[in-house]
Design a binder for this molecule. Structure first.
Ligand SMILES: [Zn+2]
Length: 96
């Protein structure tokens, strides 16, 4: 399985947000110590793990294969090889 960087990044976001919603919702609506709270915590953890999995497995440059983590959510150009994530065209200097 090989995911497009931008798709992987979106999935990471989705899983992170779902996990947070789960954790927050659980804290607000479910009494701690009940069985439901255990499920919610587990679900939040699983979602968080999925997010991390996608982050580490697929959030890498499609051109040089190096992992992109810093500013990953908005990066358009690989910080390692300076290629555009979409097109693979090398960007030099300040040329837009
Ligand atoms: Zn690269």
């Amino acid at each position: 399985m090989n995911l497009n960087f931008k798709t992987a990044r979106r999935l990471v976001m989705v899983f992170m947000i779902a996990s947070l919603i789960c954790a927050l919702g659980g804290m607000i609506f479910i009494r701690p110590g009940t069985q439901a709270s255990v499920y919610v915590v587990l679900l939040a953890l699983i979602l968080m793990l999925l997010a991390l999995l996608f982050l580490f497995a697929f959030c890498r440059c499609p051109w040089c294969g190096k992992r992109i983590t810093s500013g990953m959510m908005k990066v358009e150009v690989c910080p390692h090889c300076k290629r555009d994530i979409d097109t693979g065209i090398k960007r030099k200097g300040k040329k837009k």
